[in-house]
Design a protein around this ligand. Structure first.
Ligand code: AMO
Length: 434
């Protein structure tokens, strides 16, 4: 029978333990990382949400019953330990606990498919099948904590910059980012879709609030299996009235910087994270300049094509940089056209990290007739967007904005190679559970 929690509460987290409180009796709670030794002495490592705690149960120094229960514990078991804090040069934080009493809330009888301390586990599916357990591993704890720090810093940035947080519908009636990647669902008696982006709503909301942001899921029916695509991702969207795409690039630069600074301050369970330096001015290359770069690296470059990861790798692109003034052709209908040299371009940008796209943004078309004409050019039925177009008759400000993929930003800032590990319960073409 597992022990009851009852009225017992933790008195200290791992990080509260130090030689300064030597001699005090404390109660700690957490998961068993490892048990070593047997017979006369057992060493137990407990992990709580902040770090690790060493417990030393030595014959003669603690109750025999307690010592035997400790020796029999398996990794992942959940325990409360009450005992005296004792200085120890070898232990983390310079102290260990000499136990007086133990409670086992959840005794693990099985051998787990991976150790709680494992830095790597070969098969990702083994981990994802018991994701909540996987997320207890130090490497993932650090990524999740980094995510938390980054989000907090980004929200602070938005608050300081006078943005209003908004929430837009995720159940929608028509696509905004091209029809291919839409999830279709039943909506009462009709068909609906899961939103690929808050695009049209965030644009509309600049009419009343001028500066808005949303941090929420976007849904993309991605048919490819890659370490950089999720079917459900979190997008940090912002939209601002009376500015253009240059101002938005400035903001994106600030957002990446505040997120990186926040993560840099974080002491991970597995040590400091390797956060890349963010230059004060993130380099900006026009699409035309990128074409030249590719050509001089011997990569065939055809105006109008996407900048594929393989091409960017060959051209040696590294770190953060913007690519702006993309060809208009493939851009969504709401992106403002421009002319650069003799080419039709758009007031648009992508933020890249090496060969990984982190963000896309643009100045938007603010004129109804122009927007309708772009929809027609793209073969979209304007009547389906009437709910959107009609507000343009009543004072749409010039505006611009962008979407930043949170999981991709974290891949860059924490050096995580697979996007599945910068989220909690990844969704892709093969996975709808847990
Ligand atoms: P875009 O489609 O480029 O632009 O998406 C913006 C950013 O969202 C992230 N992202 C993804 N992350 C993980 N998995 C996916 N399947 C995925 N798809 C997109 C990327 C990408 O740069 N409405 C525009 C944004 C705007 O102009 O405001 C849009 O959705 O990091």
């Amino acid at each position: 029978m597992p022990d009851e929690l009852g009225s017992q509460r933790r008195t200290h987290y791992s990080t509260d333990l130090s030689p300064a409180i030597a001699g005090q009796t404390v109660t700690v709670m957490g998961w068993v990382l490892a048990v070593r030794g047997h017979g006369a002495i057992s060493f137990l490592t407990i992990r709580d949400k902040r770090g690790d705690i060493q417990v030393v149960a030595k014959s003669g120094a603690c109750d025999d019953g307690v010592r035997q229960r400790i020796a029999a514990l398996k990794p992942h078991s959940v325990v409360a330990m009450t005992g005296k804090v004792q200085p120890s040069e070898k232990a983390a934080r310079g102290v260990e606990i000499v136990p007086d009493a133990i409670r086992v809330f959840s005794e693990v009888a099985k051998i787990a498919p991976f150790e709680p301390m494992a830095k790597t586990v070969k098969n990702i599916d083994t981990r994802l099948e018991i994701r909540a357990v996987d997320l207890r591993r130090g490497v993932l704890q650090d990524i999740v904590n980094a995510r938390n720090m980054a989000l907090r810093a980004i929200r602070d940035y938005f608050a300081e910059s006078d943005f209003v947080e908004v929430h837009t519908p995720k159940l929608i009636s028509s696509a905004t980012e091209g029809g291919a990647a839409l999830f279709s669902i039943f909506y009462y008696k009709s068909q609906a879709f899961l939103a690929q982006s808050p695009q049209l709503y965030k644009e509309q909301l600049t009419m009343g609030f001028e500066k808005v942001f949303e941090i929420a899921p976007i849904f993309r029916a991605e048919s490819s299996r890659t370490p950089r695509h999720l079917s459900e991702a979190i997008s940090i969207d912002l939209e601002e009235a009376f500015v253009d795409y240059n101002d938005i690039m400035d903001r994106v630069g600030r957002i990446v910087t505040v997120a990186a600074d926040a993560i840099r301050k974080y002491d991970g369970l597995d040590g400091k994270l390797d956060v890349p330096e963010i230059p004060a001015e993130i380099p900006r290359y026009s699409y035309a300049e990128m074409m030249e770069k590719l050509e001089s690296a011997g990569v065939p470059a055809k105006w109008g094509t996407d900048l594929y990861p393989s091409a960017l790798q060959k051209a040696g692109m590294a770190g953060f940089y913007f690519v702006y003034d993309w060809p208009l052709g493939p851009k969504p209908f709401y992106v403002k056209p421009a002319v650069s040299g003799d080419k039709k371009t758009s007031e648009s940008f992508d933020l890249m990290y090496g060969d990984l796209e982190i963000s896309s943004g643009s100045t938007r078309i603010a004129d109804r007739a122009e927007l309708e004409s772009r929809m027609k050019q793209k073969g979209l039925p304007a009547e389906k967007f009437d709910y959107h177009l009609r507000v343009f008759d009543y004072g749409m400000p010039p505006h611009a904005g962008c979407g930043i993929g949170l999981e991709r930003l974290l891949m860059a800032l924490t050096g995580t190679p697979d996007i599945k590990d910068t989220t909690f319960y990844p969704r892709d073409i093969d996975r709808l559970t847990p």
